[in-house]
Design a protein around this ligand. Sequence first.
Ligand code: SAM
Length: 328
Amino acid sequence: MPVHLLDSYNRSIQYLRVSITDLCNLRCIYCRPPEGLQLISHDEILRYEEILTIIEIFRDLGVRKIRITGGEPLVRRGVLEFLSQLVAMDGIEDVGLTTNGVLLAPMARDLKAAGLNRVNVSLDSMRRETFKDVTGSDKLDQVLEGIKAALAVGFNPVKVNVVLLEGVNEQDVAEFARLTINQPLYVRFIERMPFGSDPAPRSPESFSAHRVLEIIKNEVGQLKSVDREPLDGPATMFSLEGATGRIGIIDPVTGHFCGTCNRMRLTARGTLRPCLLGPQEIDVKSVLRRGASRKELEQLVISAVLSKPIGHSARPDRLSEGMNVIGG
Ligand code: SAM
């Protein structure tokens, strides 16, 4: 009989996002708390076998979909072997990866061979200078090569995530939308979420996902709504007339989709995070490392799921830490 992991508000938890490292090869201006990055010592990061144990507990409780993220997951040594083990795990039906794409071109074939089902690439501008300003690196070409390679080895669709940054990438919107015309790319525009108690000094505010739709309608063409697929998550999906790909908007700031939230997060340092925007974390690493039984770990996961809040608040809360730690 299928098992369902339900939270206190009857939401079925079907999805676990796992950050496997807090390290990243880019320094995006919006992806860290105002006080800067505090890297975690190697020993505090969950080992791959610990991550697999925690995933098994979720699997036994009914979770079938896993997304690997970071930091930048492709910088962690041994990631391919880890992914192969994860994909081979009985009962796991879908494994996706979110990457900044810098190392994707040389790894795309091996990722496909490891059995990865889906890949999402984060890219906020296709203009070299803006890319450099946002990420602190001149690596746009690697990312574009990475997207090409992912398509070439047969990932279909490849999703491209664009964070909306006021005064920075409004003029990229139309070009990103055009990418969907002839390629199986799903471009998803995501409102930037604020951090900490003060705005990060160098981080621009978001512009609204609805403005994206206006820009596309004015500069590219009419959009029609398309039904959300099970793996579209919180995105509202559209397509341009006759296009191969799709366009999505994700509006954590102006929209409210907590009611359908079906996910939990495991951070690189071994805590469970029931809500991205809430401060609460449950330490699973120390429990695991003191030799807890499966039963105990299962109870811990269940209580973490039951503590999932109904929503982050009517007004969007602020992220208490950088996404490099939480895992975006
Ligand atoms: N390094 C990988 C990457 O770039 O995709 C995975 C980790 S990154 C934290 C995951 C996603 O979180 C990226 O798409 C990134 O743009 C997004 N992200 C980070 N900080 C954000 C913020 N403040 N608001 C919205 N999205 C954010």
